[in-house]
Write a protein that binds this ligand. Structure first.
Ligand SMILES: NCCCC[C@H](N)C(=O)NCC(=O)O
Length: 473
C-alpha cells in the first residue's frame, strides 16, 4: 500500500506547517515596508513607529520559553492553531482601529501568535522525518518563511497603496484564516495522532490510522549506544509512561528545576550560544537600522538602499538551500561552520567600520550578501539542541534556544540607538556616517562573547559526550 511504503502525509503535514510559518512571517514583517503609511494612518512620529517592531520582538522573545513549555504539554497542532488565531485577531484590530495604543495591542497579539509558530513547526519535524532529513528540512522551513517576508514587503505595500489600509491588513487576516482552517484538517502532531478537526469531532479518518513517519528510529537525544545515565532520563521515562500530563504549569519551583536540569547539559548551552551569535547582525539591520545607515549614514537614495536590502533575502535563501545538506553531512563540524560564518560577518562589519569614509558599493554588496548568512547559520543551533535535548523537553529546549538570537538582536537594536543618542546623532537630521560606525561597533563585544561561549561549551560538550559514551546524531 502506498501509505505504508512511501508515505506522502509527512510531506503534506510539513508543507502546511511551513506555510503557517510563512504566514507568521508575513504577519511579523507586515509593517516593514509600510512605515510612512503607518505614520500617516495613525498620525505618529518616527520614535513611536520604531516602538512597533521593538515591542513585537520583546513579546516574541519573552514568550519563547512559556510557549516551549506549552508545546511539550499540548503539542504542535494546538500551538500553531492558537498562534494563527492570535495573529488573525491582531491583524483585524490593526485594520480597524485608529488609536495608536490599540495598534500597539494589535502588534502584541501578532507577536504572541508569531511566537507560537516557528518552534511548533520545528517540533513536528523529528516526529515525521528521519534524522538525516532534519537539517535540510529545518533550512527549507526557514527558506519558506523567508518567502513570507518577500510577500509582506512588495504585494502588501502595493495592496495598501491601491486598496487602502483596511483591505491590506484585512487581507492578511483572511490569508491567516484560510491557512488556519487548512491546518485544522491537516496537521497531526505525530503519526497516529488525529487532526484538530478529528479530535473535536471524535472521528478518526483512514489517513490518520495509516499514517507513518519517515523516521525508523527515535530522533532525539545523543545516544546511539548504551542507555544514557543522566538525571534527565528519569524525567524522560516518567513522561513516556504518561505522555499527556494534564497541567500546563507545574509552579515556579518545578519550572526552575526543569530549567536548571536542561541548562546543566553543555550541549543545550552550546546550542543557545550558537543561536545567540550568528543572526543578530542581519536582524538588527533588517528590522530597524539598515535603511537609516544606508541612507542617513552612507548617503544612498532610498531606492538604492531598498535594492541593496533585497540582496539579503536572496543571499539568505540561497545559503539555506546549501547549509542544510552540508550541516547534516558534516555533523561533527556543524558548530564550526556556524562559527566560520559568524567570523566572516564580523570581519566584513569591522572592514566597513574601519573604512576611511564611506565604503564603496562593492563593500556594501559584500556586507549585504555575507551578513544574512547568519540567519540560516543560526538554524544549526536547533540541530545541536535536538541532538542534546531529551525528547520530553524538546519544545522547552527549542524555545530556550530561539530566545537567544532575538535577545541579542534586541540588545543590539537598543545599544545602537543609545550610542547614536550619546553622540547627538539620534534623529534623521543629525545622522552621520561616523556616528553610525561607532554605533554598529556595539556588535563586536557581542560577537566576542558569543564566540567565546561557543568554544567553551563546545569543549565541555565534547568531554560530556565522551564521559557518557554518547555519539552525535
Ligand atoms: N532562513 C533564515 C532562517 C532564520 C531563522 C532564525 N534564526 C530563527 O531562529 N527564526 C525563528 C523565527 O521565528 O523565525
Amino acid at each position: 500500500m502506498r501509505t505504508a511504503t512511501r508515505p506522502l502525509l509527512p510531506w503534506v503535514v510539513w508543507g502546511v506547517a511551513a506555510i503557517a510559518y510563512a504566514v507568521a512571517i508575513i504577519n511579523r514583517s507586515s509593517l516593514a515596508a509600510l512605515g510612512p503609511a503607518a505614520q500617516d494612518h495613525f498620525g505618529i512620529d518616527a520614535t513611536t513607529l520604531a516602538a512597533f517592531p521593538v515591542i513585537q520582538l520583546i513579546v516574541y522573545a519573552g514568550l519563547q520559553i512559556p510557549v516551549g513549555v506549552m508545546l511539550d504539554r499540548w503539542g504542535s497542532t494546538v500551538l500553531i492553531l492558537s498562534g494563527g488565531v492570535l495573529m488573525i485577531v491582531g491583524q483585524v484590530v490593526m485594520a480597524t482601529v485608529a488609536d495608536v495604543r490599540l495598534a500597539i495591542l494589535a502588534r502584541v497579539l501578532v507577536g504572541a501568535g508569531d511566537a507560537c509558530t516557528f518552534i511548533s513547526v520545528m517540533r513536528l519535524l523529528p516526529e515525521w522525518f528521519a534524522l538525516r532529513q532534519l537539517a535540510t528540512l529545518g533550512q527549507l522551513t526557514g527558506l519558506i518563511g523567508q518567502a513570507g517576508q518577500l510577500i509582506s514587503v512588495i504585494p502588501l505595500a502595493w495592496a495598501v497603496s491601491t486598496f487602502g489600509w483596511v483591505t491590506g491588513f484585512g487581507g492578511i487576516a483572511a490569508t491567516g484564516l484560510l491557512v488556519t482552517l487548512l491546518a485544522t484538517v491537516v496537521l497531526r502532531d505525530r503519526p497516529g495522532e488525529g487532526t484538530a478537526f478529528e479530535r473535536m469531532t471524535g472521528r478518526r479518518g483512514r489517513l490518520t490510522n495509516e499514517a507513518r513517519s519517515l523516521a525508523n528510529s527515535p530522533t532525539t537525544g545523543t545516544s546511539l549506544i548504551g542507555p544514557p545515565a543522566t538525571e534527565m532520563m528519569a524525567i524522560q521515562t516518567a513522561d513516556a509512561a504518561n505522555p499527556k500530563p494534564k497541567r500546563i504549569w507545574d509552579g515556579p519551583v518545578r519550572f526552575w528545576v526543569k530549567t536548571r536540569r536542561l541548562l546543566s547539559l553543555p550541549g543545550v548551552r552550546l546550542s543557545y550560544w550558537v543561536h545567540f551569535t550568528s543572526p543578530f547582525a542581519a536582524n538588527v539591520f533588517l528590522l530597524l537600522w539598515g535603511t537609516p545607515f544606508l541612507t542617513g549614514g552612507v548617503g544612498l537614495s532610498p531606492a538604492a538602499a531598498s535594492g541593496l536590502l533585497s540582496l539579503t533575502v536572496l543571499s539568505s535563501m540561497f545559503a539555506g538551500l546549501l547549509l542544510g545538506p552540508i550541516s547534516s553531512r558534516f555533523i561533527e563540524r556543524r558548530v564550526w561552520i556556524n562559527v566560520g560564518i559568524t567570523l566572516a560577518i564580523a570581519a566584513v562589519w569591522i572592514t566597513v567600520i574601519l573604512w576611511d569614509g564611506a565604503p564603496p558599493v562593492w563593500v556594501l554588496i559584500v556586507l549585504l550578501v555575507v551578513m544574512p548568512l547568519g540567519g540560516p547559520a543560526s538554524m544549526i543551533a536547533f540541530e545541536v539542541s535536538r541532538s542534546h535535548t531529551p525528547r520530553s523537553f524538546i519544545g522547552f529546549g527549542t524555545g530556550l534556544v530561539n530566545t537567544a538570537g532575538f535577545t541579542a538582536s534586541l540588545l543590539v537594536i537598543l545599544f545602537i540607538g543609545l550610542v547614536l543618542d550619546w553622540q547627538g546623532a539620534g534623529s534623521p537630521e543629525n545622522y552621520s556616517l561616523g556616528a553610525f560606525k561607532v554605533a554598529f561597533a556595539v556588535q563586536i563585544p557581542l560577537w566576542a562573547l558569543g564566540l567565546t561561549m561557543i568554544v567553551v561549551e563546545q569543549r565541555k560538550t565534547k568531554r560530556w559526550m565522551q564521559e557518557h559514551g554518547r555519539k552525535l546524531r
